[in-house]
Every structure is written in structure tokens, then in C-alpha cells.
Design a protein around this ligand. Structure first.
Ligand SMILES: [Zn+2]
Length: 329
């Protein structure tokens, strides 16, 4: 993903919207929190340690850069694992051409729970790794690939862990997990927002089910770092503020309110943008650090994005927040 790609139209509208969304979010009372906590006490829980094992499993294959053997192996492993947990799994192969002219076949993997249910939530994460660590502090390493423990593997691991929970306790609504490919081969040197999220762009134009319209889509990106702060990403807040309100409320009920900061952070060009453009209400749960040079966690797009920078407690907090959404509709 890339930062600071807020287009002028959205920027103008944002100034108006921020007051509205902040007003709505602060209206949540302590009473509501107490009730929500009572309800969520019986909710299924996920394991941060299990999610961490799934991060390491992906990283042990090597950087999952599209076109490499590590990537191909990982995609097949993800598909096989989801096939053992979900009701249905399909792989969507998408011909894409990156900004530098590389032709790839993106592999989007889609798993469904309760495929017949009309009410559905879409959960997604990218699993590919960026081919170049172009923000590495060491200039000599900026052509090396990113391991993507946080940027790729973390969201994917949380969704795999949720799939395990949902296998054991079927949700009453339909849940789709979309693991998207070729998110991170974008052009960071120019203002070319369409160079990112190629797998999701393809899926948005060719959804796996004709006329597919989930109630909401929730994207996970960089959801495992120590010291993570999930601020209200600006596109999410502007275009789907009610869903941000819901998820942040569930986070507080799930005991993760310390990570889900109720203030607006930066605008990020990420996999939720093609979904919003397709008319699907979509939000991005993403670690935003306003104090850093680029607005993300310190090891973003560096060779140091490795499993040791992650905290199982962060993965678990995000997973349990989503479980509160899934089981408490
Ligand atoms: Zn990235």
C-alpha cells in the first residue's frame, strides 16, 4: 500500500466529514460498552500464538513475491489450508501487468462459510510481498525483497486463524475470506494509485459471485506489530464511517480498545479502495503511526519486516475484534 494518495475530491469532502464521524463515535456510552462486554463474554476467541505460527509458516517459505517459487508454494498452501476449514474455496487467476511492465498471473483465493446465506461479510488481506525494500535505511538493500511478516503475512494469518474458529463454531451469517495477490508491486515514485492492489482491482471487476454485495468488507493490513495503533483510516472514515464506528466499538468490547484509537489517521491507498469504488462499504484496519516519516510502522517496506517485530497479542486483539463483529451481528 501507499500513503498520502488522498485525491483532491476526497480531501475537500474530508474536512466536512471529520466533525460528523468524530461526533458519532464519541456518542458511545459506558452503558453500551458494559452491555457489549456482557454479550461478547460468550464469544469464541482466537489465539494470537496460533496466528503467530501462521505468520512464521508463511515467512519460512521466503519472501512471497509474485512470480517466485516461494509465492507459488504459499498460494497453494493457503488454498489447501482454507479448503480444510471452509465450506467452499476457489482460486481466481487474474492476468495483470504491473507498472513496470511485468506480466503476472495473480492468484486470489476465496473461501466461503455459509455460502447460501444472503447476509454476508467480506474479510480480506493481501498475502504477496513487495519485491523491493525501497524504504530500507541501508541503500544497498533497497533492491532486496521484503519478508512481509507484518505487511502481508499478519493479516493473512489472522484470517486463517478466524477460519479455524469458524470451522468449530459456524457463524449465523455468511463470511467470505478473500486473500488477494499483487497488492504491493506499486509505484512509490509517482502518484499512480492504480499501480497498487492489482489483485483486488481484478476481483472488483470480476467478483467470484455475480452481483456479489456483502454488507461490509473489512481489510486487514499490517495488523501484527508490537505497539500497533489502528487509527480511523481516512477513506474508511469518510466512505464507511458507520462500519468504522461498529468495528471500533466491537474492539472496545473485545478488550482491544487500547489498540483501536478513536481518532482519524492518514489516507491510505490500499485494497479497500477498489472495493469502495465498486460500491462495497469497506474499511481498512491498518497500523498508522503519525509520528513516523512515512506514517506506518517503523519497518514498513524494509528488510526488517520480519516475525520478531510482531506481537501475538496484537494479532489476537485484531482477531477477537473481528470475532465480535462476526458473532454479534
Ligand atoms: Zn506494503
Amino acid at each position: 500500500m501507499n500513503n498520502s494518495l488522498l485525491n483532491k475530491l476526497a480531501a475537500a469532502a474530508l474536512a466536512v466529514t471529520l466533525a460528523t464521524s468524530c461526533g458519532a463515535s464519541t456518542a458511545d456510552s459506558g452503558d453500551n460498552n458494559a452491555k457489549a462486554q456482557a454479550v461478547t463474554a460468550a464469544l469464541p476467541q482466537c489465539s494470537g500464538d496460533s496466528a503467530m505460527v501462521l505468520v512464521v509458516k508463511q515467512c519460512d517459505m521466503g519472501p512471497r513475491v509474485p512470480g517466485t517459487e516461494a509465492h507459488a508454494r504459499c498460494a497453494t498452501w493457503l488454498k489447501d489450508r482454507l479448503a480444510s476449514l471452509a465450506d467452499t474455496v476457489i482460486e481466481q487467476q487474474a492476468p495483470v501487468t504491473t507498472f513496470d511492465g511485468t506480466r503476472l498471473t495473480a492468484r486470489n483465493i476465496i473461501a466461503a462459510f455459509n455460502p447460501e446465506a444472503a447476509q454476508r461479510i467480506l474479510l480480506l488481506s493481501h498475502y504477496d510481498c513487495r519485491p523491493w525494500a525501497d524504504h530500507d535505511p541501508d541503500a544497498a538493500r533497497r533492491r532486496d525483497p521484503v519478508m512481509g511478516a507484518n505487511d502481508g503475512a499478519s493479516g493473512t494469518a489472522v484470517l486463517l486463524e478466524l477460519a479455524r474458529v469458524m470451522r468449530d463454531k459456524k457463524p449465523s451469517i455468511g463470511i467470505d475470506i478473500l486473500l488477494v495477490d499483487v497488492e504491493d508491486w506499486g509505484d512509490s515514485d509517482s502518484d499512480a494509485p492504480d499501480s497498487w492492489a492489482l489483485g483486488t482491482q481484478y476481483w472488483a471487476e470480476h467478483p467470484h459471485v455475480a452481483g456479489y454485495k456483502p454488507m461490509m468488507a473489512i481489510l486487514l493490513d499490517m495488523v501484527g506489530a508490537k505497539g500497533a495503533t489502528f487509527m480511523r483510516e481516512q477513506f474508511s472514515d469518510y466512505y464507511a464511517g458507520d462500519i468504522v464506528n461498529l468495528v471500533w466499538r466491537k474492539a472496545r468490547a473485545a478488550g482491544a480498545g487500547n489498540l483501536f484509537v478513536n481518532s482519524v489517521g492518514g489516507a491510505v491507498n490500499d485494497d479497500h479502495v477498489p472495493l469502495l469504488q465498486a460500491g462495497i462499504p469497506a474499511i481498512d484496519i491498518i497500523d498508522l503511526r503519525p509520528g513516523s516519516d512515512h506514517g506506518f510502522f517503523p519497518h514498513w517496506h524494509t528488510t526488517a519486516d520480519t516475525p520478531d517485530k510482531l506481537d501475538p497479542a496484537t494479532l489476537q486483539a485484531v482477531g477477537n475484534t473481528l470475532l465480535a463483529v462476526i458473532y454479534n451481528q
